[in-house]
Design a protein. Structure first.
Length: 313
């Protein structure tokens, strides 16, 4: 069963082997560094882009479970990013200085229990690259759920990756997110409000973190402006469907999955259609078979009517 076969209303369960993904990024930056106890058992610098992975999960449907397993005493610097994305933290102390914290075992047990209890879960996403996840992959697929794996390129076991319906490398996800952030500037030409322009003008190293125009820091990554939300939603939908044009009716639900507090009236519009019309420098619209279709400007090469001039209007 693919992600497109999931019944309407099915939800997503996201499970993080958080230390695994963090350790993979540490070792990519400096090979072998995380195996050193002096490096492992001390406060960790934030390396994982939590928002990019939550955005991926949201592209498959509403997130019902968002649970991360780790020895959190060393990961307090991820606090804001985890809180902003409503991640449930499961604390696991290692039973010895050289012992594993058992996150993969606890994660597998919880995932198996959850798919047995909750019929609404259609997609399971596991963040981690261990081969220890192979047995749970068989259980998830046998239960008729879609399994998506995420891991770093160098630290992921290839057999685990092959056992998933789909596997996404973390580095690719972050590259896509970085590309989304640079597609178009936030400003009057993109339909930004005064709050958005003020956020975009904040001095480097001093991101605005309150209000509707909050700017996302590279790792802590609050939601951002409405322009950024629409851009991210269109990119995620285009990736999901394999083409740049997406049905307009899908865009607002995706935006709300990315930011549950989103309200068009806070950005000076009365309708979402009006907001899209005011962002014609960023998006273009055309008539589709059953609905209007939207894409980011510059995505794809086919000609289309200019935004705001669909059906002769």
């Amino acid at each position: 069963m693919s992600k497109n076969d999931s019944a309407e209303g099915r939800t997503v369960a996201l499970y993080w082997d958080f230390e695994n993904i963090h350790a993979g990024l540490c070792d990519e930056r400096e090979p072998g560094s995380y195996r050193n106890p002096d490096a492992r058992f001390r406060p960790q610098e934030p390396l994982v882009n939590v928002q990019a992975l939550v955005d991926l999960a949201a592209s498959f449907g509403p997130i019902a479970i968002n649970r991360a397993y780790c020895n959190w005493q060393f990961y307090g610097r991820y606090r804001d990013a985890l809180l902003q994305n409503a991640v449930e933290l499961i604390q696991l102390f290692p039973p010895g200085g050289a012992a594993k914290n058992g996150a993969d075992i606890k994660l597998c047990l919880d995932a198996t229990e959850d798919i047995g209890r909750f019929a609404h879960i259609g997609t399971v996403i596991i963040v981690g690259g261990d081969s220890d996840f192979m047995p749970v992959s068989q259980k998830i697929k046998a239960a008729g759920r879609t399994l998506i794996g995420v891991g770093t390129r160098k630290a992921t076991n290839r057999h685990w990756a092959k056992s998933c319906h789909e596997f996404r490398y973390y580095e690719n996800l972050v590259e896509v997110r970085d590309a989304v952030a640079t597609v178009a500037p936030v400003g009057p030409e993109a339909g930004a409000t005064v709050a958005d322009q003020s956020a975009a003008a904040a001095p480097e190293g001093e991101p605005q973190v309150d209000g509707p125009g909050a700017v996302a820091a590279p790792v802590e990554s609050p939601t951002g402006s409405h322009v950024d939300l629409v851009r991210r939603a269109l990119r995620l939908l285009a990736e999901k469907h394999g083409e740049p044009w997406v049905n307009k009716a899908e865009v607002l639900p995706m935006v709300k999955r990315l930011d549950s507090t989103f309200d068009v009236t806070e950005h000076g519009f009365t309708t979402f259609s009006g907001m899209l019309k005011g962002m014609e420098a960023l998006v273009e619209v055309r008539k589709g078979e059953n609905d209007q279709q939207v894409r980011l400007r510059g995505e794809g090469g086919d000609a289309s009517p200019p935004a705001g001039r669909v059906n002769g209007k």
